[in-house]
Design a protein around this ligand. Structure first.
Ligand code: SF4
Length: 281
């Protein structure tokens, strides 16, 4: 990693300074947004994980969460909308020694990039995907996403969303992910531990982080950031080991959190190496 550069008015005294491009701070995230907490957990987990940070890259797509890659002092890539996973896949295949981390939002990873997600999980690409799920397209104007709850109001569904949202842990499991967890930004210790574990697992690991978007989602649904945090506090139940089929997410009732899947299966590179080495005569 390059030498830490800090803003003159920001002395290097924060534990994460070595991992942050402090000259890019203040960040763009709105007051009350949950992305900063998710990002901070990710940085803490990276420091604690013991992985070689000189061989670690972060890839983001477009959107508010997609700005994360720009704030870390790792080699990082801010890619086009929905394409963080194919970009990450290419990096891993080109240099299998890299630890490849995707940090992006639900709009980017599960709507425009949804197809890439399922195929990377199916292939068991050895990458870690952290999805900040704030139930909406934030930066692009508060449109309904593939994760927006049924009947929630957005700029594209002003009378209420008629669609049923994806259950992200269930989708990840069904597609073949080998590590699957869901936390909220109120559960930072569990979240950090999960990211740390995922970084040290081989295979496609996926962590969903529920986080408030008071600007895009909250205004339309009369839900301030604190209201969302109250829902996380009062309606979440931790069930480690629960089957993803049972990981409900009903904001009016209960939300299941935990580490749901942690299993081994050969990665894409394992199988590819078996097929291609030794080279065909
Ligand atoms: Fe966060 Fe929403 Fe603001 Fe984006 S629009 S920074 S997700 S609060």
């Amino acid at each position: 990693m390059e030498k830490v550069k800090t803003r003159p008015d920001h002395p290097p005294n924060h534990p994460l300074d070595a991992l942050l491009r402090t000259d890019r701070i203040p960040h763009i995230w709105c007051p009350g947004c949950g992305i900063g907490t998710a990002f901070s957990s990710c940085m803490v987990a990276m420091q604690a994980s013991g992985i070689d940070l000189n061989k670690t890259v972060m890839v983001s797509g477009i959107g508010c969460s997609g700005r994360g890659a720009g704030y870390t002092r790792l080699d990082s890539y801010h890619t086009t909308h929905g394409r963080a996973i194919p970009f990450a896949t290419g990096m891993k295949l080109a240099n299998p020694e890299l630890n490849v981390v995707v940090f992006s939002g639900d709009g980017d990873l599960f709507a425009i990039g949804g197809n890439h997600f399922i195929h990377a999980a199916r292939r068991n690409m050895d990458i870690t995907v952290i999805c900040v799920n704030n139930l909406i397209y934030g930066m692009t104007g508060g449109q309904a996403a593939a994760t927006t709850p049924c009947m929630a109001k957005t700029t594209t569904t002003p009378r209420g969303n008629p669609d049923t949202p994806f259950s992200l842990p269930l989708l990840a499991f069904a597609a073949g992910a080998t590590y699957v967890a869901r936390w909220t930004i109120l559960h930072t210790r569990d979240l950090t531990k999960s990211i740390e574990e995922a970084l040290n697992r081989r295979g496609f690991s996926f962590i969903e982080v529920l986080a408030p978007c008071p600007t895009g989602y909250g205004r339309k649904n009369k839900e301030k950031s604190l209201d969302t945090l109250k829902i996380y506090q009062e309606r979440t139940i931790i069930k480690n080991g629960a089957h993803p089929m049972d990981a409900v997410m009903d904001f009016g009732n209960s939300i299941t959190l935990g580490k749901f899947i942690d299993q081994d299966r050969p990665t894409f590179s394992d199988r590819y190496d078996k097929i291609c080495r030794p080279p065909i005569a």
